[in-house]
Write a protein that binds this ligand. Structure first.
Ligand code: CTP
Length: 397
């Protein structure tokens, strides 16, 4: 029996020329045994007749929020779905989904569902590359939406370039992958830290660092999708991944207090945060004034949260640290692994292009206390999170 057999899939079709390829996606899903409900936008009707989809899918096509038998078709379709696919996803639908502008049945269903969502964008290259489209996709990705990037090739009007809808076979394979994604972290409490700490100098100034928090959020999102109960101790304000509980922290001391409170119930702790190593000995009351001259700021070390966790580690608890390095990656990382009593250290060379702080991509080597290691070449932070958690599941046996 295939992963798709018996699964309820909502197939959203937006108004783009690639809508005709979605007919093939629908047919393949039905052939694989899925129950497929098709939602077409008004614009999609200009490209493909609804009768075509009705004939192939498992029920008549839905388009409007208002003409269904149910008074609330979007919640009915969204609640009963195991997966929602949008193919093709146009720039308009991506924008509406990212901002919650649920003016039609398709976007209302996307907002109403708790099922995983796979979007398959298709549009002209100029539109695909436009920052508005890429920004909306970044927001959706950060929320855990799967994006199957378009392919390069011939486009409508004889143009050629990136933006062609992914091949129907790839869309169906991606759908099977999403549905088959294992819940191998079910029953675990995973604590993740994210972002850089900010250590106050006075009432308005802080010592900060370049960490964006994106890698920590990706780890939290993937762990939650894999069934873990996830608590994210964060210093940054990014969209909260579904199913993740956020605890806010700003300074190293606040982060330590939050993590130490959570540690006794944590099965896995991933210290992704860039914790300041030093903080001002004292914080000035109010704002330091320029007229008083440049202040002398005396620093003291912050508590090493991770080393404290390593010293107090319970049997069965898995501790993961990060090592952002600019040279001697391996020896520095292995030194941290031993010194802080970690099960795993995720090392990256932050001087390499596209790696680490602020980027959407990362390249890491994961060193295990058991001696193994795994390199992940430049990939999305989400993909690095998947490899990291694969290693966690592996070391926990
Ligand atoms: N870390 C921590 N508490 C600190 C500093 C760092 O918990 N006060 C954690 C980070 O979250 C990260 C790991 O320790 O997971 C690596 O931090 P880093 O500062 O690179 O390690 P150190 O050994 O302190 O640093 P150095 O490179 O200076 O040897």
């Amino acid at each position: 029996m295939s992963t798709l057999s018996g699964r309820r899939i909502v197939l959203g079709v937006a108004g783009g020329i690639a809508a005709y390829k979605s007919v093939e996606v629908c047919r393949r899903l039905v052939d694989a045994g899925a129950h497929v409900s098709v939602i077409m936008t008004e614009d999609a009707h200009r490209f493909v007749g609804p009768v075509t989809f009705s004939a192939l899918s498992s029920e008549r096509v839905h388009t409007s929020l208002w003409d269904d038998d149910s008074a609330i078709p979007h919640t009915r379709l969204g609640q009963s779905a195991d997966l929602v696919i949008v193919a093709p996803a146009t720039a308009r639908v991506l924008s509406a989904y990212a901002t919650g502008y649920s003016a039609d049945l398709l976007v209302a269903t996307l907002i109403a569902t708790r099922a995983p969502v796979l979007v398959c964008p298709a549009m002209h290259t100029e539109m695909w590359e436009h920052p508005s489209v890429q920004d909306n996709l970044a927001v959706l990705r950060a929320r855990g939406v799967r994006v199957l990037d378009p392919e390069s090739g011939r486009l409508a009007g004889g143009d050629s370039g990136a933006g062609r809808l992914a091949d129907p076979a790839r869309i169906v394979a991606a759908a099977a992958e999403v549905l088959g994604a294992s819940r191998d972290m079910e029953g675990l409490h995973v604590v993740v830290t994210a972002g850089g700490t900010r250590e106050p100098i006075d009432a308005v100034r802080v010592i900060a660092n370049r960490s964006s928090g994106k890698q920590g959020y990706a780890v939290a999102a993937v762990a939650a999708e894999r069934g873990a109960r996830v608590t994210l101790v964060s210093t940054v304000d990014l969209p909260v991944p579904p199913g993740v509980t956020v605890v806010c922290a700003e300074t190293a001391a606040q982060m330590k207090s939050a993590v130490d409170t959570l540690a006794p119930s944590a099965d896995v702790i991933v210290m992704t945060a860039a914790v300041a190593d030093f903080r001002p000995v004292r914080t000035a009351d109010g704002k330091l004034k320029k007229r008083d001259g440049a202040p002398e700021i005396v620093l003291e070390p912050t508590p090493d949260i991770l080393a404290g966790l390593g010293a107090a580690k319970r049997p069965g608890q898995t501790l993961v640290g990060f090592a952002a390095e600019t040279d001697d990656l391996e020896s520095n990382a292995l030194d941290k692994l031993r010194r802080k009593n970690l099960d795993m250290v995720v090392a990256n060379d932050v001087s390499a292009p596209g790696v680490g702080f602020g980027h959407d991509t990362n390249a890491v080597t994961i060193y295990l206390s058991t001696g193994g290691q795994k390199s992940v070449s430049l990939a999305s932070k989400r993909s690095v999170a998947v490899h990291l958690l694969d290693s966690v599941v592996q070391v926990r046996g």
